[in-house]
Design a protein around this ligand. Sequence first.
Ligand SMILES: *Cc1c(COP(=O)(O)O)cnc(C)c1O
Length: 401
Amino acid sequence: MKRYQIDENGFFGRYGGAYVPEILYKCVTDLQRAYLPILESEDFRQEYRALLKDYVGRPSPLYPARRMSEKYRCRLFLKREDLNHTGAHKINNTVGQILMAKRMGKTRIIAETGAGQHGVATATVCALMGMRCEIFMGKTDVERQHTNVERMRMLGAEVHPVTTGNMTLSDACSQAIRDWCCHPRDTFYIVGSTMGPHPYPDIVARLQSIISEELKWQLQEKTGRDWPDYIIACVGGGSNAAGSIWHYLDDKRVKICLAEAGGQGIETDRTAATMHCGSEGIIHGARTLVMQTDDGQIKEAFTISAGLDYPGIGPMHAHLAELGRTRILAVNDDEAIAAGYELTRLEGIIPAIESAHALAALKKLSFRPDDIVVLTVSGRGDKDIQTYLNRKDMAGEYGDF
Ligand SMILES: *Cc1c(COP(=O)(O)O)cnc(C)c1O
């Protein structure tokens, strides 16, 4: 396991670390010292597990998808994170981090959000715990994702539109870090993916690892063995993927295929495929792969999927891909839309467009009929209906309605 996990300095191989301004140094080192003892304490585990069960609705089902299995000639199982409270895997992480914030005596919560999913999951647990909540969101995203903004406000959060840069997720992250610099004592920053300075990538991966923990006993129950031949997931920052593969990293029988957002194509400038197009750099406190210009300016990411719209990638994934432990596929907007329509019509499940990227990967792989394939449906598509309808041209045989 060690080979794939974080070392004592907070690095996954060459990637990771904590590149933060001086003023956050104490905050970050306090968290580095505190997080493992908290996560491993009996008291935390009990409260976390109870909330996952009774509030989030876990375990999430592992659904044998019959018609999709026929189509792709394998035994396909869908891990249904879309059925969680608030509609995605993000809540697994925010429930854990708010319990951590409470134990560290923090009274104010901040978070960044792109599509608004992490903002909603954070505002939700703040309402649950009666904590003050402020969310940073690019102004472009505030306009694009209006319902999620209304949800956050209804939950009692204050939403700050960010007007720097391209006014999207990357700028919201920068603004959240600036706010944290101004309030290091009372504020806990709930990071939404396996990104940011050490220890965040490790915290988020551990909190999401409940996904693969459940997979083990669910597969045992349904197939008679506790491992699949393939795990497929989408990657933005990498949290649902990290959680889906965590307990299988050392098991070489399990092939891991991750789908990043190709946007309009990795050969164009309009892409978010960081692992195909990025180079080593520092973004939001971590050394990792970044999409940047030759002189080191961070480039804007482009994809139809707001949740994958990030010019960096979690350091853990940069490392795993470099070691060849994971295979990274780029999935373009059109392919994702088509895959989303297909799942909708073959199984009656409308996936988030992020998750549709993982589904599109099925077409790029070839299976044996007895292969057990687990695909994580990271979220539901309610937020994306308009985007799907605008691209009915990609629905093929399913677009005639
Ligand atoms: C945020 C989000 C993602 C991407 O984030 P990861 O950290 O890479 O998992 C994927 N799917 C859904 C539904 C999301 O909300």
